[in-house]
Design a binder for this molecule. Structure first.
Ligand SMILES: [Zn+2]
Length: 477
């Protein structure tokens, strides 16, 4: 972690007004990758209870044989809520159903009673074991066993580790199904920066108390490329993109209110893995508070429309977004990102050499400068942004990889919204693929990513298919 000046004006990562505001200064990239997730959580918690549980179906069970029907009903509900598995009574039995990959599947049946529910817990645990085994053998990934120490809890990113240890827990089936979907579309992202398969940790509690992300990418205590799944993942309603409601799916990816699925959130984390694998940063644990870009990384983020500020070396926000407007000195406008209001991002027009700028491009006192909302920044950005989450270059990049890999909807959205980023990700994704699958003697890639997200042979037909998909970039006005 770099030792830098404190900036009282940037209260980043303050999860709620009662949380500790982080006013110390350090790398924003590392903090930033945690920010997204709690923005999503904030949206989820603002949904009405009926919206949040609309995938769970309950029915009156007066007809069931039980000494205490109310208690049994309560137990059914808590089973459903904890595991995202609907328990429904059919012909005197409990049927256990899960919504995944756009369809509802029956997992198993038990007796329609309290002991039946106990049996249900056992059967579900066996399915979790089997699914973990399946992911281990298909993708060679590892899982921290329940009880393995993840690390010591901290109050915030800057505080010293305390004595309380955070341990890994067993995953839920819905989390593993989301992970399976993410891995399917992210191969060879199952392999980490260290050349070993990624290790997944399901956290029993928050590692950093002031944060509430869905998941994070970092090296673990053993220096291994790892993804931590945080407790907030339980608040995500949809396992895969196909499980979003029709109205959610219609929301453009650029709309910050479009919810993530477990699959898309984990695909995003594996996007950070690609960034690290291709040597764009010097990867450290995010708990070190620092992700430093390499020269290659700096070149890349410049291409993506980010400029490094020159007035302060170690500020909270080192990277400014390039705008389309011009300042009165003829230089393009640049915007400093900050998060002074908890969940909301602000984009303050600010020169790279220092100084707030007003809407006419003139340097003005700091409180008179132009400030843009996320939506207005998206319109002003010189290089179009892929989604509503772009608080630093690495997060924008991970979002780009996410869209590229999610399948036809995501990939077309990336191509159509941000052709520049699309070409960057396409090129880099192929580099990551070539790292794992190699290239022929003449340099031709052996494997490519199909529009579906799957890795396929680089046949002539596939090349034509991808070329015609990419060709439509030029048709966009
Ligand atoms: Zn991230």
């Amino acid at each position: 972690m770099s030792q830098t000046e404190s900036r009282a004006d940037l209260a980043i990562l303050n999860y709620s007004p009662t949380d500790i505001s982080l006013t110390n200064s350090s790398s924003v990239a590392a903090q930033g990758r945690l920010q997204k997730e709690y923005m999503q959580v904030a949206m989820l918690t603002s949904a009405t209870p009926s919206e949040r549980s609309d995938s769970l179906v309950f029915q009156p069970i007066a007809a069931l044989e039980s000494d205490n029907p109310a208690k049994l009903q309560q137990e059914m509900q808590s089973f459903s809520a904890q595991h995202k598995v609907n328990v429904v009574e059919e012909k005197g039995q409990f049927v256990y159903r899960i919504n995944s990959n756009g369809k509802s599947s029956d997992l198993f049946r038990t007796a329609a009673s309290e002991s039946g529910l106990v049996d249900g817990e056992r059967k579900l645990a066996a399915l979790v074991q089997a699914e973990q085994g399946n992911l281990k053998s298909t993708y060679k990934v590892d899982f921290a066993p329940a009880g393995e120490v993840v690390g010591n809890v901290r109050a915030n990113v800057y505080s010293a580790a305390g004595s309380d240890q955070i341990k890994a827990r067993s995953p839920e089936l819905f989390e593993l199904l989301g992970l399976q979907s993410a891995l399917e579309k992210s191969v060879p992202g199952n392999i980490g920066q260290d050349g070993k398969p990624i290790k997944f940790y399901f956290l029993a509690d928050k590692l950093i108390q002031s944060l509430n992300p869905l998941a994070t990418y970092q090296t673990d205590k053993d220096g291994r490329s790892s993804v931590y799944i945080w407790p907030a993942m339980a608040d995500i309603k949809s396992i895969t993109e196909a499980d979003l409601s029709a109205s959610e799916r219609r929301l453009p990816f650029t709309d910050p209110s479009r919810p993530d699925s477990i699959a898309s959130a984990l695909t995003h984390e594996l996007g950070h893995n690609q960034f690290a694998k291709l040597g764009y940063n010097r990867q450290g644990a995010f708990t070190d508070g620092q992700t430093e870009l390499t020269d290659k990384g700096i070149k890349l983020v410049n291409e993506m429309g980010w400029r490094r500020r020159r007035d302060e070396k170690d500020a909270d926000y080192n990277w400014f977004l390039l705008g389309k407007s011009k300042d009165d000195n003829g230089q393009p406008s640049t915007y400093m990102i900050s998060n002074t209001t908890g969940m909301m991002w602000q984009f303050a027009r600010w020169r790279l050499d220092g100084g707030a700028v007003d809407a006419q491009g003139k340097v003005v006192p700091a409180d008179k400068g132009q400030t843009l909302s996320t939506t207005d920044m998206a319109k002003e950005a010189a290089v179009p942004l892929p989604t509503g989450y772009f608080e630093n270059p690495e997060e924008e990049y991970a979002e780009g990889v996410k869209l590229f890999r999610l399948g036809p909807d995501g990939r077309s959205a990336l191509r159509d919204t941000s052709p520049i980023l699309y070409k960057i990700i396409e090129r880099n994704d192929q580099s990551e693929i070539n790292q794992s699958f190699g290239a022929a003697a003449n340099g031709t890639s052996i494997k490519v990513r199909d529009i579906s997200g799957d890795i396929v042979d680089n046949s002539i037909e596939e090349q034509k298919r991808l070329a015609s998909f990419d060709d439509s970039i030029s048709k966009i006005p």
